[in-house]
Structure formats: structure tokens, C-alpha cells
Design a protein around this ligand. Structure first.
Ligand SMILES: [Zn+2]
Ligand SMILES: [Zn+2]
Length: 65
């Protein structure tokens, strides 16, 4: 479960591996997704539902993870 709480003060540190679920580099402190604004896991820069945002952008969101 990725926290959707954004921590503007966080300096972001990333593990050396991509998250298996997100295929992105996640900050080990706050869950920030490197180079992403929103993600299928529901994370979003805005703190809203990233998955919903992706759907609004017309992305094909798959349910079979
Ligand atoms: Zn961070
Ligand atoms: Zn994610």
C-alpha cells in the first residue's frame, strides 16, 4: 500500500529497484513516484486518486494486476 500523503519537505530517496506493482521508482520515505505525476496504484502528486486521473486522461487502466 502506497501512501498518498504528499510530503513537500521530503528530499526523496529511491531504492535501486523499480516497484513491482508500479514499474516506477518510489521514494522510500513518502512514496513519491520518480518522474511520474500519477500512477495506477492510486498515487498522485495532487493527493487525489491517480488511477481515476489516468482514466480521465484516457489511459487504458487494466484491472487484472
Ligand atoms: Zn519522498
Ligand atoms: Zn504507483
Amino acid at each position: 500500500m502506497v501512501s498518498t500523503d504528499t510530503r513537500p519537505e521530503c528530499f526523496h530517496e529511491y531504492e535501486n529497484v523499480m516497484d513491482r506493482y508500479c514499474a516506477a521508482y518510489l521514494c522510500i520515505h513518502c512514496g513519491y513516484h520518480k518522474d511520474l505525476a500519477r500512477c495506477y496504484c492510486g498515487w498522485s502528486l495532487t493527493g487525489l486518486d491517480g488511477r481515476e486521473e489516468l482514466e480521465q486522461f484516457g489511459e487504458n487502466v487494466e484491472d487484472n494486476f
